[in-house]
Design a protein around this ligand. Sequence first.
Ligand SMILES: [Zn+2]
Length: 402
Amino acid sequence: MHRIVPLLAATLIGSTSCQGASTPKPDVASPAPAQATTASAKVCAHDSSWTAPQAPFRIYGNTWHVGPRGLGVFLITAPTGHVLIDGGVPGGAPLIEANIRAIGIDPRDIKWILVSHAHCDHAGDVAQLAATTGAEVVAGTGDVLLLARGGHDDPQYGNRFLYPPVQVTRKVTDGEVLRLGDLALTAHLTPGHTKGNATWGWTSCEGGRCLQLVDIGSLSAPDYTLIGNPNHQDIVTDYGASFTKVAALRCDIALAPHPGMVDFWERVARRDRGEADALIDSTRCRVYAEYAKESFRQELAKQSTFRRKPVPSGGAARGRRDRPQRVLRPQVPAMNVKYFRDTDTALLEFSDAAVDETREISESVYVDLDKNGNLVSMTIEHAAALAHLPHVRVEEIDASAA
Ligand SMILES: [Zn+2]
């Protein structure tokens, strides 16, 4: 007999992850300086959309999208100088600079580079952009040291995701307003994802219609250790306050470091089809905050139930063998299927054995093996196209049916 067990509701977990669910490749131990950026870029940009070219375009008024397809990198222009938010992955600066030039702006007229948070997919090439433009680098106070370390000793990732160190020249506190001529940008600090994670808000106008734009700081906790993490002891409290803060923001157009957080491309497509106000949705910040809060609540509940993950420690770059376990696994043996909707990545977990080796089966499929060569887990990128996930069902066939 065939028993068909729908997995959709119970085990497919839509998650807005910052780094994505892809299996990270090991860091290169002590790379030579000339190779460091290349190696960091490869480890960081495992989602191909993070380096995919995207023609720049006006979002609203003086706010432009100037990043690659898969990352929110924004330029806010003004006669007195411009503001750039985020700098993409290591090696991402040329694409961003070319996009800025393509809209008639000289990158050297950028006065400030604001960092949303100190992870490699947003701060990855800020150092290069700062050198090119001569701009001041602005970040939340809690991220200043992590930026200066180039991602080393991240409270959650250890040394897995590195980037050229960033020297912050102006650190901001919660509610601080930066003014540059007519521009005013407010830093809403939303710690949790990183300690200095920042949500930026500003006003842009078109034809006398002025709207509040918000670049929401990531509120996801991808593979995070939330309980008993000595590297970030207030993490649960921090996240809780940030959910509340983002939900309460005035927010006419929601933007984000990862477009999927706010359905950005779907809205742009609707606008391109003639729906002029498709980007405008005053509920979007609250909706995202509530979604992230619920995801966090579920993860926290799991971590309260199951054994805790090891916490990454600092020190020299760590290889795959001794990296922190990426996911929580229940004590009871079972196959888990997780689907990370924003990165379209599926993670199939088969056992809780320690991972000894990762093999690349194809460009989009990786398997993790234990020291005896047994399968531990499988990562499938572009899962919707390649594996028909998240639409999955399990057929359990017993011997009598044969
Ligand atoms: Zn992040």
